[in-house]
Design a protein around this ligand. Structure first.
Ligand SMILES: Cc1cc2nc3c(=O)[nH]c(=O)nc-3n(C[C@H](O)[C@H](O)[C@H](O)COP(=O)(O)OP(=O)(O)OC[C@H]3O[C@@H](n4cnc5c(N)ncnc54)[C@H](O)[C@@H]3O)c2cc1C
Length: 98
């Protein structure tokens, strides 16, 4: 398979680059390569009992994978309610942006 654009990393930067390219230039063949796991498989093994600290996984479930370091954002810095946490569910959309 040949691509016009290859994006390395499916963090917010990679995902939105691909999204904008698809919107503005649908004929462009874009591939996004990500070394980490899919969202569903991003589970840190630290459970506080058996695994108490970092065991240096090949790719870090917290920092790497689809969604990048922002996938499990704690949402304390909100620039939008559309992604990056669910603070708005607790205090409302307007207050969360304020
Ligand atoms: C704990 C924490 C809390 C945060 N909280 C907030 C918040 O509340 N609000 C906010 O706005 N921001 C927050 N941030 C910041 C936000 O997560 C980052 O600004 C954002 O993730 C940066 O996006 P990025 O796409 O540039 O990089 P990243 O998110 O780092 O994505 C890069 C991706 O590239 C992949 N990659 C790297 N090298 C390769 C390779 N050679 N091959 C394949 N894949 C590769 C990585 O696995 C990763 O998935 C937080 C960050 C952290 C760590």
């Amino acid at each position: 398979m040949e691509y016009d654009v290859i994006i390395i990393g499916a963090g917010p930067g990679g995902i939105f680059s691909a999204y904008e390219l698809m919107k503005k230039s649908p004929e462009t063949r874009v591939a996004v390569f990500e070394e980490g796991n899919t969202l569903e498989k991003r589970k840190c093994p630290i459970d506080g009992k058996k695994v108490k600290s970092c065991i240096k996984c090949p790719t870090c479930a917290i920092m790497n994978g689809f969604g990048g370091a922002g996938a499990f954002s704690d949402g304390k810095y909100n620039i939008t309610n559309d992604f990056g946490g669910t603070l708005y569910e607790y205090i409302g959309r307007d207050q969360s942006i304020d």
